[in-house]
Ligand binder design. Structure first.
Ligand code: NAD
Length: 271
């Protein structure tokens, strides 16, 4: 199957390097014919993002720090200067002070709580506001609209040691997906989340004892393995293409089935 994204254009936010979940999604979108634009957070990441974008035939890259509303406005202006409309956005952004991604949630500071919520949850709302304005209006034959996809984690649903305030922000993100889906649904704009299993990335390296989380998931998930950015990319194509035309407000687990398991597997060794 190919060409599922032919004729569609969209923005990828949250690419840091070739380990990023955003990269797994972007690669498969391009394979399916999508035209891609990319934002990067700060000049240091530009050096990595620009060559990666080029690998996917894109020279359309620009800076955007989602905690700065003026920069977000400017980024969407830049997007509009080249493309009149877009069909999709990938929001693969999360951040918290790594000193609070270890130890106890009860010790969370107000400052880091607000920053984590802002960058990891509110930014989806801020992006959706601006992206929705660029998505084609509905036509009588049901065309138009678009698809917005974000990334979340099981720590929103259940306590994962060390995930702390990020889990609380992901819970807000997941609920935002539902409210945004309801608000934007009449315009045929769909909003969904992929709840990915643990994957070794730059962001994940900030989480205390992440290697233990990885090992635990590998040993206890029904598929007895961890997922890859390619597993996430496949689900990304589903959500951003017409394959999922009737799906919105969904939090879809791509986690080798880990979320259905209630206790340690009998065949899992003690770790
Ligand atoms: P990553 O480090 O590759 O990507 C995180 C991205 O967030 C980076 O590109 C970074 O520049 C961006 N970012 C942080 N603060 C920003 C800001 N203020 N403005 C703009 N961009 C900002 O790591 P990743 O694991 O690919 O993370 C992508 C998303 O996937 C995150 O939301 C993360 O929580 C989620 N996720 C990751 C895992 C995992 O195990 N890696 C599992 C489930 C969900």
């Amino acid at each position: 199957m190919n060409g599922l994204m032919t004729g569609k254009r969209g923005l990828i936010m949250g690419l840091a390097n070739d380990k990023s979940l955003a990269w797994g999604i972007a690669k498969q979108l391009r394979e399916q014919g999508a035209e891609l634009a990319f934002t990067y957070q700060g000049e240091a990441l530009a050096k990595r993002v620009i060559p990666l974008a080029a690998q996917l035939d894109s020279d359309f890259t620009f800076e955007c720090d989602v905690s700065d509303m003026a920069m977000l406005d400017a980024a969407f202006e830049t997007l509009k200067s080249r493309w009149e409309t877009i069909d999709f956005v990938v929001h693969a952004i999360g951040f918290s002070d790594k000193n609070e991604l270890r130890g106890k949630y009860v010790d969370t500071s107000l400052e880091n709580f607000l920053m984590t919520m802002n960058i990891s949850a509110y930014s989806l709302v801020a992006v959706a506001q601006r992206a929705a304005k660029m998505m084609p209006p509905m036509t009588e034959d049901g065309k138009g609209g678009g698809s917005i996809l974000t990334l979340t984690y099981y720590g929103a649903e259940k306590v994962i040691p060390h995930y702390n305030v990020m889990g609380v922000a992901k819970a807000a993100l997941e609920t935002s997906v539902k409210y945004l889906a309801n608000d934007l649904g009449p315009a045929n704009i769909r909003v969904n989340a992929i709840s990915a299993g643990p994957i070794k990335t730059l962001a994940a390296s900030g989480i205390g004892d992440f290697r233990y989380i990885l090992k635990w998931n590998e040993l206890n998930a029904p598929l007895r393995r961890n997922v890859t950015i390619d597993d996430v990319g496949g689900a990304g194509v589903y959500f951003l293409s017409n394959l999922s035309s009737g799906v919105t407000g969904e939090v879809h687990h791509v986690d080798a089935g880990y979320h259905v398991v209630g206790m340690k597997q009998e065949d899992a060794p003690d770790i």
